[in-house]
Design a protein around this ligand. Structure first.
Ligand code: FUL
Length: 465
């Protein structure tokens, strides 16, 4: 592939729609909530599932208060307990005391999401430590596909199916050969707009659960990374309680020119950062005082949403079936911080000019919120500068850059100059790069693109105080 071809690899419509969600919630809720564990072995009786004051609206309101645009629910975790009354197993809410066995958590959560205007997603653990057919090949695949069909058919639009690589069996446990292609085809047929994440072809796991992505997170990477078995191989093997905080440095560079040199097949496979607001993924009362601080959450946000990835932040509901008070307050604080920081886009008061522009792609386009408008220099021009000029000096501390993703991901290195003086340098941009620095006062901001593939594009530039 030559550089022009590589520069033209673009997201599918479902990947693009997913990328724009930016920040959404994970809710780990299930049998583990009531047994105090992280990985159940599937032997806890269904009678233990008994939320005392379940309220899906409360979850969704909190999620929205932080500015998140969706929620993914653990409909079944590795222990096999189903939060909906699946007709293919007895191990579910239907045999619990909750609502006399007539309740359906998946329904209540999906409807609350719809009511409050956020997207709903499904986590269905491929690993299942309760189901007797697990490890028997075809028999389990049929069972799993039946469950997938139930979820994909009965709960409205689903934006994401999240397939975990871990399974709870540990290194010496039962092994199941998964029919990934069979799972994918059910989703494509029943929920064609949904992305399939992690052990799936649409969204790539960033490789750790600590809340950071790579400094240069490329969305264009070798196609081999889409291999679900390979992802599963790197996932957590044992529940040692530490995995969720480990940053692994393996495969630091997935997409630079050097990394993809000679690679036959490249694909659009963008990254998602998943992490928990707490130490564990499930609720444990003793962790009420160990929440991530607002500062930590801000860092995580900038290192994911601001670094060409999406952020999936887990908030585990408690035994009442509600988000606990410390989490509620932290989400609110985060939402207020983000709202305050990104509400006043000063760029709209500026004018824009560039060293070079292709006809129809004026520099002014970067000031607009219209997503189909973007600036680009002449094709083949790998370096270019775009400058925003203001009627008088402005004070700012954040510059947000966005590439035009339907044209591909292209920028490899850039600098920001304030009245000609360098204030920031960075590598990839992609969907979004949030540049942060101590407040600067200047009348001109230049985006100096020093390296790009074939030619750069900028869809939007925002400037915040
Ligand atoms: C991991 C699982 O083993 C954890 O329990 C959690 O669900 C996390 C999101 O993925 O692989």
């Amino acid at each position: 592939m030559n550089i022009q071809q590589i520069a033209s690899i673009a997201p599918s419509p479902r990947q693009l729609a997913w990328q724009k969600m930016e920040f959404y919630a994970f809710a780990h809720f299930g049998m583990n909530t009531f047994t105090g564990s992280e990985w159940g072995d599937g032997s806890a009786p269904a009678s233990l599932f008994a939320p005392s004051d379940f309220d899906a609206n409360q979850w969704v309101q909190c999620v929205k208060s932080a500015g998140m645009k969706g929620l993914i629910l653990t409909c079944k975790h590795h222990d096999g307990f189903c939060l909906w009354p699946s007709q293919y197993t007895d191990y579910s809410v239907k045999n619990s005391p909750w609502k006399d066995g007539k309740g359906d958590v998946v329904q209540e959560v999906s409807q609350a999401c719809k009511r409050h205007g956020i997207a709903f997603g499904v986590y269905l653990s491929p690993g299942d430590r309760h189901e007797a057919t697990y490890g028997q090949g075809e028999a389990y695949n049929t069972f799993y596909k039946n469950q997938l069909r139930e979820l994909a058919s009965n709960y409205g639009d689903i934006f994401c199916f999240w397939f975990d690589g871990a399974c709870g069996e540990g290194a010496n446990g039962k092994k199941q050969v998964y029919d990934w292609e069979g799972y994918y085809s059910i989703i494509r047929q029943l929920q064609p707009n949904a992305v399939i994440s992690v052990c799936g072809p649409d969204v790539r796991w960033c490789g750790n659960e600590a809340g950071v992505c790579r400094t240069s997170e490329w969305s264009v990477v070798p196609a081999a990374l889409q291999d679900a078995e390979r992802t599963a191989e790197k996932s957590q093997k044992e529940d040692d309680g530490k995995f969720s905080r480990k940053i692994t440095s393996c495969d630091e560079d997935l997409g630079s020119r050097k990394a993809i040199d000679g690679c036959e097949s490249l694909v659009w496979y963008p990254a998602e950062v998943d992490t928990s607001i707490r130490v564990g993924w499930f609720y444990h009362p003793e962790q009420d005082t160990e929440l991530r601080s607002l500062e930590e959450l801000k860092e995580i946000y900038y290192n994911s949403v601001g670094a060409n990835a999406c952020l999936l932040l887990n908030i585990p509901p408690d035994t009442r079936g509600r988000f606990a008070q410390p989490d509620v307050l932290r989400l609110q604080e985060l939402g207020e911080y983000l709202g305050r920081t990104f509400s006043n886009n000063l760029a709209i008061h500026g004018t824009a000019w560039a060293t070079d522009s292709l006809q129809g792609h004026s520099p002014r386009n970067v000031l607009s919120y219209e997503e189909h408008l973007f600036w680009q220099p002449t094709p083949g021009q790998e370096q270019a500068q775009l400058t925003l000029e203001f009627p008088q000096p402005i004070s700012f501390s954040h510059v947000v850059l966005k590439e035009h993703l339907p044209s591909g991901q292209r920028i490899e290195a850039f600098r920001l100059l304030a009245d000609g003086k360098e204030i920031f340098s960075g590598t990839v941009v992609g969907y979004q790069r949030i540049c942060r620095f101590s407040p600067v006062t200047a009348q001109r901001i230049t985006i100096d693109i020093t390296e790009s593939r074939f030619c750069p594009t900028l869809q939007q530039v925002c400037v915040y105080p």
